[in-house]
Design a protein around this ligand. Sequence first.
Ligand code: 4NP
Length: 159
Amino acid sequence: MPKPQPQTTVLFVCLGNICRSPLAHGIFQHLVNQNNLANKFQIDSCGTGDWHVGNPPDPRSIQTAALYNIDLTTQRARQFDPSTDIQRYQWIIPMDAANKRDLIKLGTPKPQLHLMRSFDPTLKTPQDIPDPYYGGDHGFEKVYQMLTIACQGLLNDTR
Ligand code: 4NP
């Protein structure tokens, strides 16, 4: 019997789990699939807040991802659960500094936490993935582009 391969576990975190982290999840899963690494990764996303638990991603995230043949429609929002997620996920990836602070307050050890844009090789100091929720549709395309660069960097660092 072949030995089961250890998996790399990655959890993307934002505030509501309907705009940014579902997009990050979809983009990273797509990249992993394209590289034939699906069996090596376990990927999920969640929010620090509970307002949207059980809901699908924001329609603007779904539409933006669909332009790039990425399907987010089966995702459902859930809240970060420190009692299980800290143990289950090696890489916990907040979208912005506020998400990171909230995760630290909830007991996440700092070595497990990496800001999403810390994987963007074009940035000297990591910046936030801005929250597009209250902005226009164009914000989602910008967020998509930022996430794509950072997800490629994350894959390089985790594979
Ligand atoms: P997200 O965006 O954190 O990228 O999912 C938000 C979605 C909803 C809210 C805030 C941010 N909200 O306050 O409902």
